[in-house]
Ligand binder design. Structure first.
Ligand SMILES: [Zn+2]
Length: 851
């Protein structure tokens, strides 16, 4: 059953997740159980190299094994011994085949000692150092094992099905310190160098073994007597506190919620430079990108650092304490780590904030599902495991956990989770183990839910009709599933009254279209479909304005209020504007206000513009950000003026300021703002010259503004300047990406300049630069971009870059087809729409007066 679904190639018109070359992946045969891995390494940091030994203790599964095959990429293998007897081996740079002089005997342990050295490694372990362009970059060494990169820094059986204890002993020059998994069991002073010896007593897979070396500041907290430490570049201690100091409370929270006390002897977080992920949950030693370190102003409205800290910490239970047996089940850990963010926000900021955050996750999945591909959460058919790390396993996975919680109720959900952890602690799991733990604890069989949401792609798209028959006192609700594969779910519906009264019902929704009739004593003021919005879905509310207005005002669920706002905006008209403007002023929850602003901006009436602008004084930065983002859709002299004012004066929030800049560029470029290009450019340029700051958020916004001035050569020249080496990295990455957006309006000569620049940049090896280049090329509308993308895809060592580059090729092929005449027509249409809006707005006012 499962396999059939996995190989289903008829995807109902969706692009396939499986790219050419995808094939099934299985764990290899096991020669035995790896019990312990010990690395003993001496580092030569200036020369980006190290040498030493890797010892692997193996308990053979059977007798007569005479050959062992280890993963080992681009290592220099010097010698392999067992009990001091050297063993013959052959090595092709990827697999290390060892011929055992003495075949194994069952249960008689052998210890391989592999002497090796590594010079200038490309993956697995990264040497960061200052260079001519970035003389202030810190010197650091850090590792990244997930998914199959540990083999690039030590030889191993590199798949998550093997769990072993481990130790890492390193000799490094002073003043550097080394951080690794488990306990620091010894340090030794050797004059110019120092030895750090770390020991991890709980078994774990090779991909979670880590090492970070740097001249770090160490900050200490504790939880239940266990050290909780933060390592950052010296001078950033305040930022470390601001960013990570909730960690002990989080450890307590997850220990309680998961019903399993934090399992490791310490918890360290090390913030490293040029990290290629947001964070990595190495056992007891998480590595985080130093870009997550906040300053006071960023802390106003940045929640992504807090969610990152929560996510990686939750992995210590889901991923590290219980380990997925194969990458195909990665949703078990990534889905829960993402859901742990929701859980923490519920604890810290309340239920509305958590539900809104979950809606954001759902939307990220929905976006990937509609624009990229649709796939089963569990699949072992791929080219590289890293391709699985998408919006499906994280965000959809999170939504699946939320649905499980709703099915079971809080108490049973958390006791099922505790059973899952207790039964599988220090072991490997597959999806079926979660189902079993649920059944064991609660008696509930949730296979129906997993069949529909885990083992198969997609989600229901509902259309909802509602009417009330006053003669027979019947409420009629019509539910239509508009997606091809029907879902079979029990959905709670509430008939609600604004006095707070409500009637809760559950209906089985399983057909394409179903109508339900509910007898009532009096006419409900509105209805809530899928009460609490537990199910992952889309929903379009298609019922009359009075009910939608009542719902926007009175539904206790913020997500339902947001759906109502969207439905109201779709109706348009002055009454809709009034209802939304009222909600923008009065809804108690900022998330609803932010969404209402967006909905308002879609109504093409001047009165809607006024209402949006009135929200600019909102005390919540995230609402202001939403408003200025929405203003990009409204190109009028008023919106230009409002945005220019924010660009000039700034905002308390970096993010609002950056969003204002982007919208400012867009409105200026529309030609409807009465502004001159020179004025716009000089304002943006002054921001670029003056507002260097935290993570370059604001100046990246200015670059985004420039990228909107698509026909401007001066804007292009400015952007090109900021792609030069030496420009602060986040700003430079923004400039590289902006080359894609601005390219679509440039003439032939400038298009060549852009392509030349991107070609040069594509040869840089840093992961984030390559991503930016691939993204920029993907936005271009010339087939000339394809050759550069192809060579990037061929040459990059990173599977993620390869995938983005190949998907970009498809996009370019599609976009290169759309021709200039069509674009011209579109612009003229926009102009007409604007004139039409003026007329309609005047008409609405006249009608209102006539009434
Ligand atoms: Zn994760």
């Amino acid at each position: 059953m499962l396999h059939e679904l996995m190989h289903d190639t008829d995807n109902n018109g969706y692009k396939s997740f499986e790219l050419p070359g995808a094939r099934p992946h299985y764990n290899p045969d096991r020669p035995g159980q790896v019990e312990h891995i010990a690395l003993d390494l001496i580092f030569d940091i200036p020369n980006q190299s190290y040498r030493g030994t890797c010892k692997i203790r193996l308990n053979p599964v059977r007798s007569q094994i005479d050959r062992l095959t280890l993963d080992a990429v681009n290592l220099n293998i010097e010698k392999i011994t067992i009990d001091n007897v050297s063993q013959p081996f052959d090595y092709d740079g990827e697999l290390l085949n060892i011929q055992l002089k003495q075949p194994t005997k069952i249960a008689e342990r052998i210890e391989l000692v592999i002497a090796y050295y590594v010079e200038k490694p490309q993956r697995g372990i990264y040497f960061i150092a200052p260079d001519e362009h970035y003389p202030n970059k810190p010197t650091q060494v850090w590792t990244q094992g997930e998914d199959e990169d540990s083999r690039f820094w030590f030889p191993c059986f590199d798949y998550p099905g093997q769990l072993a204890t481990s130790e890492i002993r390193v000799e490094i020059p002073k003043p550097f310190i080394a951080v690794s998994n488990g306990d620091l069991i010894a340090t030794e002073d050797k004059g110019d160098t120092q030895i750090f010896h770390w020991y991890q007593r709980e078994i774990h897979p090779t991909y979670l073994m880590t090492l970070a070396i740097g001249d770090f500041a160490e900050l200490r907290d504790e939880w239940n007597g266990k050290p909780v430490t933060y390592y950052v570049e010296k001078g950033r201690e305040d930022q470390a506190r601001l960013s990570m100091s909730k960690t002990p409370r989080m450890i307590e929270f997850y220990s309680q919620k998961y019903g399993y006390s934090y399992a490791f002897p310490k918890y360290a977080q090390v913030c490293v430079d040029d990290f290629i992920f947001g964070g990595m949950e190495n056992t007891s030693t998480t590595l985080l990108t130093d870009r997550c370190l906040l300053d006071e102003r960023a802390a106003i409205d940045n929640r992504s650092t807090e969610s990152l800290v929560a996510h990686e910490l939750a992995h210590q239970w889901f991923g590290d304490l219980i380990v997925i047996k194969h990458w195909s089940h990665a949703w078990i850990k990534e889905g829960m780590a993402s859901y742990a963010e929701v859980m923490w926000f519920e604890e810290e900021y309340g239920r509305e904030e958590a539900l809104y955050y979950l809606l954001g996750q759902a939307r990220q999945y929905l976006d990937e599902d509609s624009s990229r591909y649709r796939r089963s959460l569990v699949t072992h058919v791929y080219r590289e495991a890293i391709e699985l790390y998408d919006r499906h396993i994280y965000e959809k996975g999170s939504c699946v956990y939320h649905m499980i919680r709703a099915e079971l109720g809080d108490e049973l959900f958390y006791s099922a989770i505790a059973t899952f952890l207790k039964d599988n602690a220090h072991r490997t799991v597959e999806t079926i183990d979660l189902l079993r733990a649920i059944e064991k604890t609660t008696g509930r069989n949730l296979t129906f839910l997993f069949d529909q949401y885990v083992y198969r792609g997609g989600h229901p798209d509902f259309k909802l009709g509602y009417s009330y028959d006053a003669d027979s006192n019947l409420a009629k609700i019509t539910v239509t599933q508009t997606q091809p594969d029907l879902f079979d779910l029990r959905i709670p519906i509430a008939l609600r009254y604004i006095d707070g009264d409500s009637k809760l019902l559950k209906v089985r929704v399983h057909e394409k279209e179903q109508s339900f009739y509910f007898p009532c004593d009096r006419k409900p003021d509105f209805i809530s479909f899928d009460v609490d919005n537990y199910h992952l879905k889309t929903v379009a509310l298609e019922y009359p304005l009075p009910e939608l207005k009542a719902q926007l005002q009175h539904d206790p669920d913020p997500v339902s209020r947001i759906y109502a706002a969207q439905a109201i905006a779709k109706k348009g008209g002055l009454e809709a504007v009034k209802a939304l403007s009222d909600a923008l002023q009065n809804d108690p929850f900022w998330g609803v206000r932010a969404e209402v602003a967006e909905s308002l901006a879609t109504i093409k009436l001047d009165q809607a513009v006024e209402a949006v602008l009135a929200g600019l004084s909102d005390p919540e930065a995230r609402v202001r950000k939403s408003i200025v983002t929405s203003l990009a859709q409204i190109a009028t002299p008023e919106s230009y003026k409002a945005l220019a004012a924010i660009v000039e004066k700034g905002d308390a929030s970096y993010y609002t300021e950056a969003a204002a800049l982007r919208s400012f560029g867009k409105v200026a470029a529309s030609g409807l703002s009465d502004s001159s290009e020179a004025d716009t450019l000089s304002l943006i340029d002054s921001v670029l010259k003056q507002r260097q700051g935290w993570n370059e958020i604001v100046r990246a916004g200015a670059i985004g503004a420039l990228s909107q001035l698509k026909t401007s050569e001066s804007a292009l020249n400015l952007i090109l300047d900021y792609t030069q080496p030496g420009v602060p990295q986040p700003l430079r990455l923004a400039a590289i990406r902006a080359l894609g957006a601005i390219s679509t309006g440039q003439d032939k000569l400038n298009l060549e300049r852009i392509l030349d620049r991107l070609k040069v940049l594509s040869r840089e090896t840093f992961f984030l630069t390559q991503v930016a280049v691939a993204v920029a090329l993907g936005q271009m509308e010339t087939t000339k971009a394809i050759a550069v993308l192809q060579s990037l895809a061929d040459q990059t060592p990173d599977g993620r870059v390869r995938r983005i580059a190949e998907e970009s090729i498809q996009t370019v092929q599609k976009n290169a087809g759309s021709d200039k005449a069509l674009k011209q027509l579109r612009e003229e249409l926009d102009q007409l729409k604007q004139e039409n809006q003026d007329l309609k707005s005047r008409l609405e006012n006249l009608e209102a007066k006539a009434k």
